[in-house]
Ligand binder design. Structure first.
Ligand code: R5P
Length: 312
């Protein structure tokens, strides 16, 4: 069965195909000189895509990734529904509808943090994107979505999967933490899963975001004197959350502090900033980043299997 990818998830799609025992079919993707995107299903992949369920792997970040994902979905939909009309009149123009079997796997779902209308007049961007992205598919797998509640009322089933089991294995192997910290209430479920899997102590901080670059943590006594601590979050962007949490841990005697996340965005000098505050940074390959050490493929494979059971 085919796993297809465009320009931003080639390696992850290759790994996912390996996990599932399927074939990886890269689509033809390029950019016109003015930067607009182009997607085509290669002739040699058409039969495989029409005769089996297909998984499209697309990270919807940055914005160009969203357009590419939409183009990929539409091209696969046309091929599977049998609409093969083309200007040159090449090949058969209309084929039978191959039926349901298009699944979208999103390693990193861009805009996931705008999951509420925080102020009057704003767009709930995560919901808008989800509606657009599910227009042409029969189910969607999303890896470590910031707040899953925002995708609850879609027309197709969503499988929410997490790389925390693999992150726990990696941390246990490389870091051997004595303590896992969630840097805010939103990451408690994920981070506590890691603590449980490792079998170490756990706590969390309460965070207030002042603006995109400034956060504050409420003071809290943590039992970390002499401990190796792993701070676990869904994503690291500017690194501000991790650096502040690490400072609090060091003040309370932590011997070493590591940061782990699924989505390593690392914006605006985050890698350098983090290097001054933590002893190591560990991320998955949900999007290309310089600290990618854990594969997101096993988690996405779990979601694909779940959806196939639920839908087909
Ligand atoms: C927010 O609640 C997220 O879970 C992360 O904690 C946040 O996005 C990290 O952003 P930054 O690295 O810019 O502090």
């Amino acid at each position: 069965m085919p796993v297809v990818s465009g320009s931003n998830a080639f390696e992850l799609a290759e790994a996912l195909a390996g996990e599932l025992g399927w074939e990886h079919h890269p689509l033809e993707v390029r950019r016109f000189p003015d930067s607009e995107g182009y997607v085509r299903v290669p002739q040699e992949s058409i039969e495989a895509i029409r005769s089996n369920p297909v998984v499209i792997v697309a990270t919807t970040f940055p914005d160009s990734g969203i357009v590419e994902a939409l183009l990929m979905m539409e091209s696969i939909y046309d091929v599977r529904s049998g609409d093969m009309r083309n200007l040159k009149g090449e090949g058969e123009q209309q084929l039978e509808d191959a039926g349901p079997g298009i699944f979208l796997a999103i390693p990193y779902f861009g805009y996931s943090r705008q999951d509420k209308r925080f102020q009057q007049g704003e767009v709930v961007s995560a919901k808008l994107l989800a509606r657009l992205l599910t227009r042409r598919c029969d189910g969607m797998v999303v890896l470590d979505l910031h707040a899953p509640a925002v995708l609850e009322d879609l027309d197709v089933p969503v499988s929410f999967v997490s790389s925390m089991p693999e992150i726990a294995i990696h941390l246990q192997d490389q870091v051997q933490p004595d303590f896992v910290l969630s840097p805010d209430k939103g990451a408690i479920e994920r981070a506590s899963h890691v603590a449980q899997a490792i079998g170490c102590k756990f706590s969390y901080l309460e965070k207030t975001r002042i603006d995109a670059h400034t956060i504050e943590h409420k003071a809290k006594d943590l039992d970390v004197d002499g401990a190796i601590v792993a701070i676990v979050d869904d994503m690291i962007s500017t690194g501000g959350t991790i650096c502040k949490a690490s400072d609090a841990l060091r003040r309370q005697g932590a011997k070493a502090v590591h940061a782990a996340c699924t989505h390593g965005l690392f914006t605006g000098g985050a890698i350098t900033r983090l290097a001054n505050h933590v002893d190591g940074v560990h991320a998955t390959d949900s999007l290309p980043n310089p600290r990618s050490v854990v594969s997101g493929a096993p988690a996405i494979a779990r979601g694909v299997k779940d959806l196939i059971q639920r839908v087909l």
